[in-house]
Design a protein around this ligand. Structure first.
Ligand SMILES: O=C(O)C(O)[C@@H](O)[C@H](O)[C@H](O)COP(=O)(O)O
Length: 225
């Protein structure tokens, strides 16, 4: 498994350069295909990248935007990744992109999996994937110890899976590893010493223990202190 590690002087530099890189990846995908699908992470890290990326000059009306994972909470929850994407990414020029939801208003993600997966399957393979990572080495909602992790890492996993893990406050829904790995370009965004150390600690460990390893091959990891 090989990946590239890029360290930036600070988070602002990283955000500017990563947003440019993602826009470039999307433009090249759109040269070859009618549409391009962009996966983005939730959580606290990607906001500043969204603030830069939303202004990129590209043919956004040919771009499908979706999250790599979502917390099973309504959009008015402060924990909603959907709300983050809508307020920080799908604005400015990117308002013309099409958003493919990973949430529906029902109690359990299982009830909505099929309906949410259908429009996603219609746009596969993904063009560009941006992922985050936690200090426990999870990415998307592929958490160490999660109830269906082994299934989500399998080559024949369904596109979308519900996921539950101890210490994670709500059910999750996540793209499976092989769907993320089908992308033309993969980027991982991490901030801070703790995450850099976690990435080093993941080295050589099986994806069941360190799920980030399931998606790192040929990825570029973007890090700032
Ligand atoms: O919904 C989520 O939580 C995610 O998409 C998740 O995989 C995230 O990328 C990491 O947990 C890092 O989160 P932070 O950027 O908040 O550290």
């Amino acid at each position: 498994m090989t990946y590239e590690f890029r360290a930036y002087a600070d988070r602002e530099m990283l955000s500017i350069e990563l947003a440019q890189r993602l826009a470039g990846d999307l433009r090249s995908a759109l040269q070859h295909e009618e549409r391009a699908a962009l996966v983005v992470p939730g959580g606290t890290s990607p906001g500043p990248i969204f603030d830069d990326l939303c202004a990129a000059d590209l043919d956004w009306n040919r771009v499908d935007v979706l999250l790599g994972d979502e917390r099973w909470v309504p959009e008015d929850s402060p924990r909603s990744n959907t709300a983050l994407v809508k307020s920080r990414l799908l604005v400015d020029r990117a308002v013309n992109a099409r958003f493919l939801p990973l949430y529906a208003a029902c109690d359990r993600p299982e009830e909505a999996l099929e309906a949410l997966a259908r429009p996603i399957e219609a746009v596969l393979p993904l063009a560009v994937v941006l992922l985050g990572m936690g200090e426990d080495m999870h990415t998307a909602s592929l958490f160490p110890g999660a109830d269906r992790l082994a299934e989500a890492l399998a080559p024949d996993a369904p596109t979308l899976m519900a996921m539950r893990a101890s210490g994670v406050p709500e059910p999750r829904i996540t793209l499976s590893a092989h769907v993320l790995n089908g992308a033309m370009a993969k980027h991982v965004l991490i901030f801070g010493e703790g995450k850099r150390e976690a990435l080093q600690a993941a080295r050589g460990r099986p994806p069941l223990e360190a799920p980030i390893n399931a998606v790192l091959d040929e990825a570029i990891v973007h890090w700032a202190p």
